[in-house]
Design a protein around this ligand. Structure first.
Ligand code: SF4
Ligand code: SF4
Length: 316
């Protein structure tokens, strides 16, 4: 392993540890909070359980592995699909990235802030985990840990007749995502309930409880059918976690970057990549669609002009 990669791993592990432990220790200092309601308790064992939670340890390892893979090898779409199958099985079936789900970890604190309720310890930890990974490497959580994101990406590999795969115009998809969040905020302020989890109408993470109800089956079915034609439709159109991590991508340390001197504008990356993001990266647009850190554009570029890296000053 290259020395830089070792330094990078150590740095990321240290940062992750701080980010995950900070809210836990802060909560411990205040007496801790239960996850099931707004009540508070001083149950130290629940805090220790949170600290040693296997899902955060494995989630951190998965995200860091993603970062190291993006830095060290080229990831083609077949490799990426196999990795997404592993993420789905690990975090959707074996060690569930749920309770609280990523969606609730983002939405419930907003509800708590708006209604004067408490932000619970487990949700604060999950939120810090998602936010920490996003600051380190853009969508490291969404792209390397989230099982529902992985499921959409796997289904998107189902072949369809040429020209039937659609890249959503980002201005439209993001407007829909922001509008849903705004509607949810209005609902919270007027009724105390958010839009996403109200009768589970927009919360597909309930899937990972593995008991099906009609609303959930319709939602998941619709997303999976759309995923055949559109790359990660729920992420781009609906998910509030996607919205939050999209904003954090603007300040993330590692992300897909273009070396303009190497790029010959052949546009192969734009043609081969499933997302609408790489075009904005190559064109240098200020408004960049979410990049799920899949690495496909990096693999596609024949000139090695794309990399998953930190900002470098352009040569004079
Ligand atoms: S945007 Fe939402 S559904 Fe998509 S990967 Fe992120 S958390 Fe998962
Ligand atoms: S720009 Fe697109 S293809 Fe490139 S890493 Fe991001 S999501 Fe993948």
């Amino acid at each position: 392993m290259k020395r830089n990669t070792i330094y990078l791993s150590v740095f990321c592990i240290a940062l992750l540890t701080i980010l995950v432990c900070a809210p836990i220790l802060a909560e411990a200092g205040r007496g801790g909070g239960s996850d099931t309601g707004g009540g508070r308790n001083t149950d130290v064992s629940s805090i220790l359980a949170g600290l040693s939670s296997i899902k955060f340890i494995l989630g951190g390892i998965a995200a860091l592995s993603g970062l190291i893979l993006l830095k060290t090898i080229k990831i083609n779409r077949n490799t990426r699909t196999l990795l997404m199958c592993a993420v789905f099985v690990l975090f959707g079936v074996l060690v569930i990235m749920h309770q609280p789900s990523p969606l609730r970890a983002v939405v419930d604190p907003v509800t708590a802030l708006a209604t004067g309720g408490a932000i619970t310890f487990k949700k604060a930890t999950m939120l810090a985990f998602i936010g920490g990974l996003s600051v380190i490497g853009g969508k490291l959580f969404c792209g390397w840990v989230c099982p529902f994101g992985a499921l959409q990406e796997i289904v998107n590999r189902i072949p369809v007749p040429s020209g039937k795969k659609i890249k959503l115009p980002f201005k439209i998809s993001n407007s829909i995502r922001i509008s849903l969040f705004a509607i949810s905020l209005i609902m919270i302020l007027t009724t105390g309930y958010d839009l996403y989890t109200y009768h589970g109408i927009l919360n597909p993470f309930e899937l990972f409880d593995w008991h099906f109800e009609l609303v959930l089956a319709v939602l998941v079915g619709a997303v999976l059918i759309a995923s055949v034609f559109v790359y990660r439709p729920f992420c781009y159109l609906v998910c509030p976690v996607g919205l939050l991590t999209w904003l954090l991508e603007y300040v993330s340390i590692f992300r897909v970057r273009l070396d303009k001197e190497k790029c010959n504008d052949c546009k192969k990356c734009i043609l081969k990549s499933p997302c609408p993001s790489v075009k904005a990266i190559v064109d240098g647009d200020t408004l960049r669609p979410d990049c799920f850190a899949c690495g496909v554009c990096i693999d596609t570029c024949p000139k090695d002009a794309l990399r998953f890296g930190i900002w470098k000053k352009a040569k004079a």
